[in-house]
Design a protein around this ligand. Structure first.
Ligand SMILES: Cc1cc2nc3c(=O)[nH]c(=O)nc-3n(C[C@H](O)[C@H](O)[C@H](O)COP(=O)(O)O)c2cc1C
Length: 189
C-alpha cells in the first residue's frame, strides 16, 4: 500500500489505455471504495452506471459531442468554443478508447449531491491509482440527453450526471501538470 503522498503523485489524468478490459469484480471493488467518501448527512446519494461495451462507449461519446456542439451554438461560451475543433472531429472519442466508463449520478433534489458525488469520484480515482489502474474525469462526456441512452444507463429523470470517469490499464502515464502554490486569502490566528 502506498502512503497518501505517494498515491497523490501516482494518480494522473490518464488518456492512453491498453486494449485490455478491467474485470467487473475489480470495478466493484473500486465502487465500494468510492462509497467510503464522506457525504452531507451521510446520505450517500451517489449511484453508478458502468459501461464496458465499446460500442456503447462510442455512442455516448458521439451523443455528448453532438450536444456540446449544439450548446455552443446556443451559448456563446469562449471555453466551450475552444473545444469546437476536437468535438467536430468525427474520429475523436472523448473517452480516449478507455475500456470502461463510469457515470456517477446524484438526485437533482439533494443539495449536497455535487459535492458528494465529486468526493466519491475522487475516492474512486485514488482507489484505481492504488491498484495500478488509470482514470480521467471526462466532462466532455457528460452531456447525455437522449432518453434511450439514459434509459440504457439506468439514469432516471430525478437524477443527473455529476461525474464521468474513464478507467483502464494505462498505456502512457503523463507527467504531473504544474500546480500553483495554495492561494491563502488569510490565516487568522
Ligand atoms: C471536473 C473535471 C473535468 C475534466 N474534464 C476533462 C475532459 O473532458 N477531458 C479531459 O481530457 N480531461 C478532463 N479532465 C482532466 C483534467 O484535465 C486533469 O485532471 C488536469 O489537467 C490535471 O491533471 P492531473 O489529473 O493529472 O493532475 C477533467 C478534470 C476534472 C476535475
Amino acid at each position: 500500500m502506498s502512503g497518501f503522498k505517494e498515491l497523490m503523485e501516482k494518480r494522473r489524468a490518464v488518456r492512453d489505455y491498453e486494449d485490455r478490459s478491467v474485470p467487473v469484480s475489480l470495478i466493484r471493488e473500486l465502487l465500494t471504495d468510492a462509497c467510503e467518501a464522506p457525504s452531507g448527512g451521510n446520505r450517500q446519494p451517489w449511484a453508478f452506471s458502468v459501461v464496458t461495451d465499446k460500442k456503447m462507449i462510442r455512442r455516448l461519446s458521439d451523443e455528448s459531442k453532438k450536444n456540446l456542439l449544439a450548446d455552443m451554438k446556443a451559448v456563446r461560451s469562449p471555453i466551450l468554443r475552444m473545444y469546437r475543433p476536437i468535438l467536430s472531429d468525427e474520429s475523436f472519442n472523448v473517452f480516449y478508447n478507455a475500456p470502461c466508463l463510469i457515470y456517477i449520478t446524484g438526485p437533482k433534489d439533494v443539495h449536497s449531491a455535487v459535492a458528494d458525488c465529486s468526493l466519491a469520484a475522487a475516492y474512486l480515482m485514488f482507489s484505481a491509482a492504488e491498484r495500478g489502474l488509470g482514470t480521467c474525469w471526462i466532462d466532455l462526456g457528460s452531456s447525455i440527453k437522449d432518453q434511450g441512452l439514459l434509459d440504457e444507463l439506468g439514469i432516471t429523470d430525478d437524477r443527473r450526471i455529476i461525474a464521468t470517469i474513464i478507467l483502464g490499464y494505462p498505456g502512457a502515464i503523463p507527467g504531473k501538470p504544474p500546480r500553483n502554490e495554495p492561494r491563502i486569502l488569510k490565516i487568522i490566528e
